[in-house]
Ligand binder design. Structure first.
Ligand code: WQD
Length: 343
């Protein structure tokens, strides 16, 4: 009997790639998503890749009544991967209440239902943005949590605290928070990938849309940072590598291998890459020339961050495998697939 895993936000960018890896690892997956920042066509891509179409229910995890009736209908869920959240640093600066409501209420609703339905295991999609601008790099999981630089990062800090406090009050619950660095790229099949609605906030979809001609040029947000080339540094990892870490985390919980009720893991490559280096990598990997212009810094951005991933390497047996160039090429193949679909 396959173990049943619920993925909230499972038609989204991270969620859909995680669903593929779960199915390919032998799990039965159920997806709930309100499709506010994803497309139901992701189910077609998941089915084409895996041969399995996961059960899908359109619902808003913030809506307690929808969530309650879902859990009355669907039973036997062994663990939940909570990915559903808004994730744009810049949008959260412009619209903080949208982020506080959605990201916090969804987590509170889910935890409450987990307690009621006695679902013991949670894997939570957290973020390196919880660190703010770390004093030391690479940043490790026990680094001090500084004031987040954006409402988005603050919601992730608060979500982690809500989870930690709930676990302290409910010893039967166990959770793992995965602190993502910068997920980029797309599944090698180019059948699923990042589908930003409107103008992309994130760098790599903006790069691929510029390369394919949807955007005129990339705005590089600042070249006056204290970094080798002046542009901001991030730790970019392939979304498939990231997805595989979710399978490792679920397996750790189901096999009761955790060393504590609540564990936190950094998921990155451990390598910092600047915006200009990311642009160079894309050009090298694809042979496409990119137009870009240096503009002012973006509100909410930190200067530089990359992760110490030794704990995930050791305890999860997980390591980011794909190179930056290969990851950029996968993003480009996805953008070209999207263009073909529009014809
Ligand atoms: C990366 C760099 C920008 C767009 C993301 C996710 C967040 C979290 C962390 C998972 C920054 C620069 C960007 C552009 C640019 N991941 N940039 N021009 O802000 O690090 O956050 O990773 O939880 O959810 O959003 O990613 O891709 O927006 O920016 O110069 O058009 O690229 O200033 O230095 P960010 P990003």
């Amino acid at each position: 009997m396959k173990k049943k895993i619920l993925v909230t936000g499972g038609t989204g960018y991270i969620g859909s790639h995680t669903v593929v890896e779960l199915i390919e690892s032998g799990f039965e997956v159920i997806i709930v998503d309100n499709l506010s920042n994803s497309n139901i066509n992701a189910l077609d891509g998941i089915e084409k890749i895996t041969g399995t179409r996961p059960l899908f229910e359109k619902l808003d995890v913030c809506d307690k009544s929808q969530l309650t009736s879902f859990f009355e209908k669907i039973t036997g869920i062994e663990a939940i991967i909570h990915v559903a959240a808004f994730k744009s640093v810049s949008e959260s600066v412009a619209n903080p209440l949208k982020y506080y409501f959605n990201n916090l209420v969804s987590t509170i609703s889910l935890l409450d239902l987990m307690k009621k339905k006695e679902i013991p295991y949670l894997v939570f999609s957290s973020s390196c943005t919880v660190y703010g601008q770390p004093d030391e790099l690479p940043v490790s999981e026990n680094a001090p949590i500084k004031k987040a630089m954006s409402p988005y990062g603050n919601t992730k800090q608060i979500m982690e605290e809500i989870i930690s406090d709930t676990l302290l009050s409910t010893p039967s619950l166990k959770a793992i928070s995965l602190r993502y660095f910068n997920p980029i790229g797309a599944h090698p099949s180019a059948l699923i990938g990042e589908l930003p609605t409107g103008v992309p906030d994130n760098l790599v979809p903006f790069i691929t849309q510029t390369a394919i001609g949807i955007r005129d040029e990339i705005k590089v947000f600042g070249d006056d940072y204290n970094t080798p080339d002046g542009s901001a540094i991030r730790d970019y990892l392939h979304v498939v590598d990231l997805a595989k870490a979710h399978v490792a985390a679920i397996q750790r919980l189901l096999k009761k291998q955790g060393k504590a009720n609540y564990e936190i893991f950094n998921l990155g490559t451990g390598k910092g890459v600047s915006v200009l280096e990311a642009i160079e990598s894309f050009e090298r990997a694809t042979g496409e020339k990119l137009n870009y212009k240096i503009v002012d810094r973006r509100a909410g951005d930190i200067e530089k961050v990359w992760g110490d991933t030794s704990y995930a390497n050791k305890e999860l047996g997980w390591k980011a495998e794909k190179s930056l160039d290969d990851t950029m090429l996968s993003a480009w193949n996805w953008e070209k697939y999207l263009k073909k679909q529009k014809k």
